[in-house]
Design a binder for this molecule. Structure first.
Ligand SMILES: [Ca+2]
Ligand SMILES: [Ca+2]
Length: 210
């Protein structure tokens, strides 16, 4: 047994050229996993804004258009990175993050899917983001983000308000090692803190954990 070799063609937004995908968790709370498609070159009104699309899981049928499409600001590269975060505000609906260089936006889930208006904006020199699970064990999911200045960050949830816009922990590596270019968590393997890895091609593989 394994994956069935069937294919569904999604209907992209205008200008979609560099799509990337991520699991979203269950943003509408129907018990079915949802997923994200991001493209930093997606156009709105003929101009490049970048976009993140959310497709809801289906028990039957196929996917056509996304349930929700969120565009970034003009020339923001929104959709460069995207991540399902888990439930950062504890309302029972899982939440997502979309990012362009220098700005990361958290959108909370709801019975209707993610909210189009951003619930939290994080201005950092970076774009990478990752699910971490609940690293401080307060019942709310937290998140890791990464930068292009040799830094990565842990943002903990404030509770019902969701993620803090300011990092609670800053991890500092080396710019020349591309530290923070991507971030990942081994939380599900019982690591308690996010693991931060550099871009492929770097000679060293810095990591953080406990
Ligand atoms: Ca769902
Ligand atoms: Ca939530």
């Amino acid at each position: 047994m394994g994956l069935a070799a069937t294919r569904t063609t999604l209907r992209p937004v205008d200008g979609l050229t560099l799509a990337r995908v991520s699991g979203a968790g269950d943003v509408n709370g129907d018990g079915l996993a949802d997923f994200l498609v991001g493209d930093p070159n997606a156009r709105l009104g003929g101009n490049s804004h970048g976009a993140v699309q959310v497709y809801h899981g289906r028990a039957i049928g196929t996917w056509g258009s996304a349930e929700t499409t969120v565009f970034g600001d003009y020339a923001s590269g929104f959709g460069t990175a995207l991540a399902g975060l888990g439930d950062v505000n504890g309302d029972g609906y899982e939440d997502i993050l979309g990012a362009g260089p220098g700005r990361l936006r958290v959108h909370h889930g709801s019975p209707f899917g993610i909210r189009v208006i951003s619930d939290r904006t994080i201005d950092e020199r970076g774009w990478a983001a990752s699910y971490t699970g609940d690293v401080n064990r307060d019942g709310f999911a937290d998140a890791a983000t990464g930068g292009f200045n040799g830094q990565a960050f842990l943002h903990v949830s404030l509770g019902a308000a969701g993620l803090s816009a300011s990092p609670s922990v800053t991890f500092t590596g080396s710019v020349t090692d591309y530290f923070g270019y991507s971030v990942a968590s081994l939380n599900r393997f019982h690591w308690r803190f996010p693991v931060v890895v550099p871009a492929p091609g770097s000679e060293r593989l810095p990591w953080l954990g406990s």
